[in-house]
Design a binder for this molecule. Structure first.
Ligand SMILES: [Zn+2]
Length: 179
């Protein structure tokens, strides 16, 4: 006996829709648990290599292929390109050890977040418009067309900057201002 067909005879169409919705939610939750990997969502963000900027930068997912991102948009140069799986071993490993600012640890970020947020909302300062070719100084305020006001918090040698925005920390292209 077909259970679903049987149920349909006793349930109103709206109930059937709700039931199917519930079943789907349960299924989706289960498949999420099974995959011990990063969950990607449409319009979600990730850090991957931009062939135009030649750096690992924040990208927005613009197209999904099942559970994997298919196309992403670089939030620095706005170029869209196909997503290259970072889990796959890279053939060329760049030497970025010398002069590289130590990547901000999660603990360090959460410890400073409050302070950054405070500085972000300092209306006495006017942010400069973000430009990937510009050089920035530490704690300089910038304005990004997508993320709004941000504060430069780390320099990542040679031409990456970590900017804290209202929605979190982003890696963008940018230079360090020399004194
Ligand atoms: Zn780019």
């Amino acid at each position: 006996m077909n259970i679903l067909a049987n149920l349909a005879t006793v349930l109103r169409p709206s109930d059937t829709a709700l039931l199917l919705c519930e079943l789907f939610t349960q299924y989706a939750a289960r498949s999420t648990q099974n995959e011990n990997m990063v969950q990607y969502t449409m319009l979600g963000e990730l850090i991957c290599y931009c062939s135009k900027c030649k750096l690992d930068l924040n990208h927005r997912i613009t197209l999904m292929d099942g559970t994997r991102p298919k196309r992403v948009m670089c939030l620095t140069c706005k170029a869209t390109h196909s997503f290259k799986d970072p889990d796959k071993p890279k053939t060329t490993k760049k030497n970025t050890t010398k002069g590289t600012a130590k990547a901000l640890t999660k603990a360090k970020v959460s410890a400073q977040e409050k302070d950054w947020r405070l500085k972000l909302t300092d209306t006495a300062k006017t942010p400069s418009k973000y430009n990937m070719k510009e050089a920035y100084s530490m704690e300089e305020l910038v304005y990004h067309p997508t993320f709004g006001r941000g504060i430069v918090v780390t320099f990542d040698h040679p031409d990456k900057i970590h900017v804290f925005f209202d929605e979190g920390l982003k890696v963008l292209k940018g230079l360090k201002k020399t004194a």
